[in-house]
Design a binder for this molecule. Sequence first.
Ligand SMILES: Nc1ncnc2c1ncn2[C@@H]1O[C@H](COP(=O)(O)OP(=O)(O)OP(=O)(O)O)[C@@H](O)[C@H]1O
Ligand SMILES: [Mg+2]
Length: 308
Amino acid sequence: MEETYAARVPVYAFVNQKGGCGKTTTAVHLAGALAARGERVLLVDLDPQAHATMGLGCSPDRPTVTEVLMGDALLSEAVAPAPGGITLLPAEPRLAEFEEISGRLIHPERRLARALDEAYRAGVRFDHVLLDCSPRADGVLCANALYASSHTLLIVETGAFALQGAIQALKVLDEVAENQGRAPALRVVGTMFDRRTRFARELLVALHSRFGDALFDTVIRTSVRLREAPALGLPVQELDPTCRAAADFDALAEEIMALEGPGQIQSKDRPQTPQSARSDLMEYELRPLSPEPAPPASPADRPSAQPS
Ligand SMILES: Nc1ncnc2c1ncn2[C@@H]1O[C@H](COP(=O)(O)OP(=O)(O)OP(=O)(O)O)[C@@H](O)[C@H]1O
Ligand SMILES: [Mg+2]
């Protein structure tokens, strides 16, 4: 059987059917961090909202990912250089039309994988491909991402109902995997983490108990810089390479590269993760910060409901 693109090149689909949980932010700035390490990164905007495209200050002339999926353009004709050394396959709102016509196509979910394969055979090379998905995890665009990917990166905002949302997302992903007869490896990234919130710290513990080693050690903290970056059209590494968000994404990039094989990491002269990012993370090791309340032995022992 012919080797797939994802068997040759790591392809990551950034998913969660929860809107606004940080998929685009993680995809864009991880792409920036990998590119800052000298890696060849292709970022594919697979969302008709085109937030990754706009967030990198790009307003594409045709062709875009829409034409690539429609079969009207080659991937190599549609990619464009973006700030920070990222290569972008841009999107625009017409991408929604692909969703509309996909019912008339045979295997519409294989279009992206085929385009990546064709580009590879034509000698177009990337070290990592990052796919920014829309919040419609059960749609044909996300199905394209999952079909093309080697890894699913479930992006989990460390806020209210995150665990329930993540488990719900897994159900959708399982269904897609079953339909496609293939399941990319699952990894989980916690994001929008605010260490001052006990809830967020405990949620991280819950995520670790649910996902174990699939949860990346690196957690992306809340950062004003990450809110500013899309308005300025820059990855955070270009905006402020010394800020904590840049350090977080560099740490995540390092973990991603370790995932792909330790040999690769040593083979090139890579900058080290800033110590600050790691040591900061050590402070909220994955254990509960407050002891579980002991179950009351008898009704008489039960503490008063009022705070003392
Ligand atoms: N770590 C962070 N710190 C501060 N703000 C963040 C962080 N991550 C994301 N945001 C902000 O949260 C909002 C939603 O993020 P983002 O667009 O990445 O989510 P999304 O999952 O891609 O959304 P959608 O489902 O609509 O595609 C944006 O305004 C973004 O700037
Ligand atoms: Mg998005």
